[in-house]
Write a protein that binds this ligand. Sequence first.
Ligand SMILES: Cc1cc2nc3c(=O)[nH]c(=O)nc-3n(C[C@H](O)[C@H](O)[C@H](O)COP(=O)(O)OP(=O)(O)OC[C@H]3O[C@@H](n4cnc5c(N)ncnc54)[C@H](O)[C@@H]3O)c2cc1C
Length: 398
Amino acid sequence: MTRTALVSGAGIAGPTLAYWLVRQGFTVTVVESAPGPRPGGQTVDLRGAGRTIIERMGLMPAVRAACMEQEGLAYVDAEGHHLAEMRVADLGGDGIVSELEILRGDLARILLDATTDCEYLFGTRVTALDDGTATLSDGTVREFDVIVGADGPHSGIRRLAFGPEERFVRPIGGYTAWFTAPDPVGLEGWYRMYNEPGRVASARPDSVPGRAKAGLSFLSEPLEYDRRDVAAQKALVAERMAGMGWRTPQLVEGMHAADDFYLDLVAQVRMDHWTTGRVALVGDAGYCPSPLTGLGTSLALVGAYVLAGELGRHDSVAEAFAAYEERMRPYVAQAQELPPGGIRGYAPPTHRAIRRGIVMMRLMVSRPLRGLTKRLFFSKAEAIDLPDYSCTNGTFVR
Ligand SMILES: Cc1cc2nc3c(=O)[nH]c(=O)nc-3n(C[C@H](O)[C@H](O)[C@H](O)COP(=O)(O)OP(=O)(O)OC[C@H]3O[C@@H](n4cnc5c(N)ncnc54)[C@H](O)[C@@H]3O)c2cc1C
């Protein structure tokens, strides 16, 4: 008998899971709270095992075609001079800017296009959950063999099945706002980053010439604000960036006009279990590593592949969930180790710490230390043996 799955969230993990579940013989419904596919987001990195999943989905040509040509990362001073650079090629395409950088919105679109064999319900969310029974916001009540939260760090499924967000979301000490803005400098393929104590302004290339993907970050304890009030959030970010040098004023001006503004706490999601009864979590909903690691997208792709594969391999949902947890746990644990200094490495709190960061970056990419840098900081995405689930129940088609 055909098994059924409900997936909540049509970001990166959700459509990837849907793709692989269909190949394991499931009928899949995806609900997404946004009214349509969500655009926006900066470039996300495809690393290690995450790349392998894209290859196994046959999507690498589409992804490569959409990838951005990038030179690398440069720390700049207030006049825009490069103080330190990490070029893409310095670490063989696996550094802070990786060889495969794709706009998040483009990756989400490619994944959606690959899953037209699923039912998508946009503008819909799960409002109540009783193990395999879900009440949807359109009023319908439906039964599924499995229900999966792929709905990001503020997961609704996690809240309904596991408990309140505060139990699982660990703030790391800052906020980042992402949005599209006019290119303030002529980026020429560079991801340029400017630091003042506790604050970072950055701009990186967009697929449209003359536009930039901007980021404004600041150190902070968790703040109270209305997640639906975008104007208030923009005002908050503008206030935190006030008086900052380089091209920050232009970026702040661009932010006020941006229609894809996205502000979030820099945080990780940590849980002892990602499954209960017939409900599971995948991607940021269960194990967001934070943008500081550059591994969120790879984890989402790998988690979705493994969860679908184990559900195909086992008739018992409980056995499949146990195997998913066991296989993913070590991979997630090392992906959640933060880079040195955590958010204070990314947004150093003093001028001295900023200077130290610049010297560190020069050392990391110096020829004698490149191999070590790669081993120490940029090999985590590969640290999992991906099973071949293709023959588990005979329904796999690729
Ligand atoms: C708009 C946006 C911009 C982003 N920009 C960046 C970026 O610039 N750099 C970066 O490193 N990471 C960014 N991220 C995060 C990055 O996409 C994830 O870390 C990673 O790809 C893991 O993907 P995910 O599918 O687990 O979560 P997400 O990509 O966050 O997807 C979750 C999806 O679930 C939907 N959703 C949320 N709540 C519900 C609900 N209750 N019911 C139904 N659906 C729900 C969301 O609308 C979203 O489409 C962004 C995420 C979003 C949503």
